[in-house]
Design a protein around this ligand. Sequence first.
Ligand SMILES: NC(=O)c1ccc[n+]([C@@H]2O[C@H](COP(=O)([O-])OP(=O)(O)OC[C@H]3O[C@@H](n4cnc5c(N)ncnc54)[C@H](O)[C@@H]3O)[C@@H](O)[C@H]2O)c1
Length: 250
Amino acid sequence: MRLRDKTALITGASSGMGRATATTFAREGAAVVVADINDDDGTTVVKEIQAGGGRARYLHLDVTDEGSWTTAIDEVLAELGRLDVLVNNAGISGTFDPDLTSTAFFDQLMLVNAKGVFLGIKHGAAAMARTGGGSIVNLSSISASIGQLGVHLGYGASKAAVKSMTRTASVHYADDGIRVNAVAPGMLPPMRTSRSSADPVWRARQLDGVPMKRAGEVREVADVVLFLASDEASYVTGVEILVDGGLTAV
Ligand SMILES: NC(=O)c1ccc[n+]([C@@H]2O[C@H](COP(=O)([O-])OP(=O)(O)OC[C@H]3O[C@@H](n4cnc5c(N)ncnc54)[C@H](O)[C@@H]3O)[C@@H](O)[C@H]2O)c1
């Protein structure tokens, strides 16, 4: 088991890649905290993990709210004694609002996708430092590095902020024994908040540019997150691993 005796908190774990990561981590021996604002689906994820013999509990955590973070980390430390792995996965899609230059939506993207990760790094690293270190994995996106039609201007900007914070935090927290890395998915199943990027025509056009000619599966992202979370990646910090079927290699 690759995460034996480790505790892990995963944000946005009620759905998609966060859910797959929670299940993968539990299978690999971690005590998993499934954190989200979608309490019903998060509770279902926990029940599924427990039914399979894994260890998990649900925690309501709004990543945009600093008070929610301090409460969550306090609860994790009180109950599990330590935090070894944090996956900053919660996010909203850049295709939710059809107005691709909406100012209000720009603020919302930055709040959830960028500030949510900032708060996670801040409070997660403080907890990890108390017990000798850990691993933080942030979900960025290929949108941080390439332009895409039909995606709000703020989405790639919010993910570029994640990419940048990953590097800076890796330098900042190296002395505390904390590694900080990012995983950048390409074309995966649509997010819950996806609109135009869930449209079959948009997806077919995107797929044309993917050398592997298929979308990724959530487990293929979860497996890379697992590697970065585990001790197998003990000398890996400050990197972003693309999981995009070659889309950005073209
Ligand atoms: N699906 C893709 O094509 C794709 C591609 C590249 C990057 N990503 C990124 O990967 C991550 C996971 O995406 P996904 O496809 O699994 O999305 P998803 O929509 O299936 O899941 C996102 C989860 O985040 C939760 N969430 C949203 N706002 C939150 C908040 N304020 N506090 C706590 N939880 C909140 C949602 O309730 C949901 O459970 C996101 O950061 C996303 O931007 C997705």
